[in-house]
Design a protein around this ligand. Structure first.
Ligand SMILES: Nc1ncnc2c1ncn2[C@@H]1O[C@H](COP(=O)(O)OP(=O)(O)OP(=O)(O)O)[C@@H](O)[C@H]1O
Ligand SMILES: [Mg+2]
Length: 255
């Protein structure tokens, strides 16, 4: 029967995704671990001249940080897979405050990359998880900086718009002046571990989980994320989320 076949196909697909994910995570962990254990072994065996020790220690430190970031991202994603929306810790979150905080956290990386960071923020409330919402914006702005050109620009906007169906929608828009994303890759960039640049280069250092987290965080909050891009002009990511209803208080609502 077709319903049960569809169900079986769904289960098989979920199982394959889980296996791929585990394989990818293990692979991504192995690289930094090899570097860490390799350098540590050299140092333990006294094979590193004293003047090189700080440099080796720094490499070990950087790789540990990369591993920690990877583990954090994997934990966030698996939590998003498991926890039902509207669970425990929902609060009214002002996206403009979250975006402001992100801009402060990323001011130095932007300066270092020679990218200007501009904010155009209107207060707008969303019901949800503050940490996750901030991470969603952080991942988008970090990409805008990382995949930009020298002397480029990143604009972070928050606002409230009325959708076609008259519902109020909270908007986060992050646009950049980078190289853009080719049309056939625009869906793929939201997949776990997908990167346009095949190997994880020292320079950019990502693992390809950032946009997967953005997508799942948007879905978790009842919204979505879309991307528009023009090659050599730049890319614009738009997250749309339901606005926290002003009647949501201790009094409840009848509708
Ligand atoms: N603003 C952008 N402009 C151009 N390409 C982008 C942009 N954002 C993402 N990409 C491409 O999409 C890929 C996936 O992005 P994603 O944020 O998921 O992973 P990442 O940045 O590689 O690693 P991380 O897990 O640290 O975020 C990137 O590797 C990059 O190739
Ligand atoms: Mg990223």
């Amino acid at each position: 029967m077709s319903a049960s076949r569809t169900r079986n196909e769904e289960l098989a697909r979920a199982e394959k995704m889980r296996r791929d994910f585990t394989a990818n995570v293990s692979h991504e962990m192995k690289t930094p671990l090899q570097v860490i254990s390799g350098y540590a072994e050299l140092m333990a065996n006294g094979l590193v001249p004293p003047e090189d020790v700080p440099r080796f220690a720094k490499l070990i430190y950087d790789e540990s940080q990369a591993m920690r970031a990877l583990i954090d991202d994997v934990l966030v994603l698996s939590r998003l897979d498991e926890v039902a929306p509207d669970a425990e810790d929902a609060a009214d979150v002002d996206l403009s405050a979250a975006a402001e905080h992100v801009a402060q956290r990323l001011a130095k990386p932007a300066r270092d990359a020679g990218v200007r960071l501009r904010v155009q923020l209107e207060p707008v409330l969303v019901r949800g998880n503050e940490t996750l919402l901030e991470q969603m914006i952080y991942n988008l702005v970090e990409n805008g900086i990382r995949y930009n050109r020298e002397d480029g620009l990143v604009i972070v906007e928050t606002s409230e718009e009325r959708a076609a169906d008259n519902a109020q929608v909270a908007i986060v828009r992050v646009s950049d002046t980078g190289a853009g994303i080719p049309p056939d890759k625009r869906d793929k960039v939201f997949e776990r571990f997908y990167r346009l640049e095949k190997s994880r280069s020292k320079e950019t250092g990502g693992t390809g989980l950032g946009l997967a987290i953005v997508k799942h965080a948007a879905l978790y909050h009842g919204g979505d994320v879309t991307v528009e891009s023009q090659e050599d002009k730049g890319t614009c990511f738009t997250v749309r989320l339901p606005v926290a209803s002003s009647s949501s208080g201790s009094c409840g609502s009848s509708g």
